[in-house]
Design a protein around this ligand. Structure first.
Ligand SMILES: Cc1ncc(COP(=O)(O)O)c(C=O)c1O
Length: 504
């Protein structure tokens, strides 16, 4: 059979099932309200059409044919067990589809996704998916070429920072860890120190450098403790920590000043803090905390890094960036997770003076960081946040959810505290509200199974639905029947027989 003419997509008869799907994809990509003709996917060329026509069954058929057990066995045999699987001790989930705030397993069971901190504008958002698909069908290459997506994304990102912050120089990277790693390099280049101040329970990523600044890693199982140049200060926890009154912010900041004074020569390179402590238990710093810390760090010659990987992009509701809640301007901001709605897109944004010191002759090149496809995802995410008013949505739904959780706490004494901002919400489960003794983490807090599926285990509520979840979803529709509140109620009410194993 002769190949189709140049410029024509392969016809169904010529192309086989894979070709038919791709022809349909090509038609889909070209259809609808796309960008200018220059950046629309062209029809497949003669060479591509020939390549498609000779394709047999592809990986998709092979993947679809794998059973859950086979997937699990492949995972066990081909990966290091350090790459953990959620619920591995009970029944891991095989998730094959996502839509909005819901995930679906291979049997079609729906789960309200209270755990995800990445798909900020909703799983499989069609606008983001189309932007990525269109761009990947046209060009994906590195940042040594000029590309409008990279430039436009930088302009749009910089515009989200407060006026007068001076946060105007962007580096696009692939992950939050890489962003924090680069932030360390920027700090080292800017200062005459290698000493770093970090906050207890903080997490900044999985690279060697990021682990060295993450007490959540270096102080826990398998960790090696802090390096000599890393100074750990207490987490600004106003519930269980030593400072709880109106002056808590200033008193916690004093521990940062002390750490700076104790550093060699009283000099530090940087202070790293999550603007809302996430894995540390959803801790919102008390008022005045960042201001006090930043003053102390700057007086010691250091720069202030705000890790917004979890809390940025409007999740806090009242502000686009969580540090804004404290009325401060960091020198470096790191971000990731939701930026690409699942595409590997992260960034470091800093001031011109920090960036200038970094420009010392050593070239900065990042093969994948800021490629046109990931930038298309980032631009589409920013469009959706703006057009669908998701920051305001996070504020309103978060408030509603916290109110409902407090109501529930009257019936379920295990809920000792509900805290957070916007859709960054923590539910603190405790055995005793006076002693504040936390519920044990290593034991079961309920069967966490709803009739039509699985409710998230209560611990997961430390990571509540991100911005896509609506009032209805926050309140309703867990596994088709149960509301989030009802599911928590049921789980907490099922603890008569004591606590058993927690699905982790
Ligand atoms: C606050 C914070 N910073 C950094 C990271 C690391 O990001 P990534 O996993 O994209 O490397 C995470 C990841 O969970 C995080 O929560």
């Amino acid at each position: 059979m002769p190949p189709p003419a140049a410029g024509a997509a392969p016809g169904p008869a010529e192309a086989g099932p894979a070709g038919r799907r791709l022809a349909a994809l090509a038609a889909h990509l070209r259809a609808g309200a796309g960008p200018s003709e220059a950046c629309r996917p062209p029809p497949f060329s003669r060479a591509w059409a020939r390549a498609l026509a000779c394709r047999g069954a592809g990986f998709e058929e092979e993947a679809a044919a794998l059973s859950k057990q086979e997937v699990l066995e492949l995972r066990r045999s081909l990966f290091c067990p350090a790459q953990s699987v959620s619920y591995a001790n009970t029944d891991p989930l095989l998730i094959v589809r996502g839509e909005g705030a819901r995930l679906f397993d291979e049997k079609g069971t729906a789960y309200l996704d209270t755990r995800n901190n990445v798909c900020h504008v909703g799983h499989s958002h069609p606008y983001v998916a189309a932007a990525v698909a269109r761009q990947v069908a046209v060009l994906n290459t590195n940042t040594r070429y000029l590309h409008p997506n990279l430039a436009l994304l930088a302009r749009r990102l910089v515009a989200t920072f407060p006026h007068g912050s001076g946060l105007e120089v962007c580096f696009f990277v692939n992950s939050g860890s890489e962003a924090n790693d680069l932030a360390c390099r920027l700090a080292f280049a800017r200062t005459d120190s290698r000493d770093l101040v970090v906050v207890d329970h903080g997490y900044h990523g999985h690279t060697q450098q990021a682990i060295e600044i993450s007490p959540y890693k270096f102080d826990h199982k398998g960790g090696e403790g802090p390096r000599a140049h890393v100074h750990k200060v207490p987490c600004p926890d106003t519930l269980r920590g030593p400072h709880r009154g109106p002056d808590a912010g200033a008193r916690y900041a004093e521990s940062v000043a002390e750490a700076c004074r104790a550093a060699p020569g009283g000099r530090v390179a940087a202070f790293f803090v999550e603007s809302g402590m996430s894995v540390g238990g959803v801790i919102i710093p008390p008022p005045g905390y960042l201001d006090g810390c930043y003053r102390a760090v700057r007086a010691a010659g250091g720069v202030c890094v705000a890790d917004e990987v979890q809390v940025g992009f409007g999740r806090f509701g009242d502000h686009f960036w969580a540090f804004e809640q404290q009325g401060v301007h960091p020198d470096i901001v790191t971000m990731g997770k939701p930026f690409g709605n699942g595409m590997p897109l992260a960034a470091v944004v800093t001031t011109r003076s920090v960036a200038d010191r970094f420009h010392n002759g050593l070239e900065y090149f990042n093969t994948f960081g800021g490629n046109p496809v990931c930038c298309a995802a980032g631009l589409a995410v920013l469009d959706v946040i703006r057009d669908e008013k998701l920051q305001e949505h996070a504020r309103a739904v978060g408030e509603h959810l916290r109110r409902r959780l407090w109501e529930l706490s009257k019936r379920r004494p295990l809920i000792g505290d509900v805290r957070g901002s916007g859709l960054f919400i923590g539910v603190d489960l405790m055995l005793d509200r006076t002693s504040l003794e936390p519920a044990p983490e290593d034991r079961d807090l309920g069967a966490v199974r709803a009739p039509q599926g699985r409710a998230p285990d209560p611990d997961e509520h430390r990571r509540p639905p991100r911005q896509r979840a609506g009032h209805q979803a926050a309140d309703a529709l867990l596994a088709g029947r149960h509301t989030l509140i009802e599911a928590m109620d049921a789980v907490l009410g099922s603890l008569r027989g004591g606590l058993g194993r927690t699905p982790t």
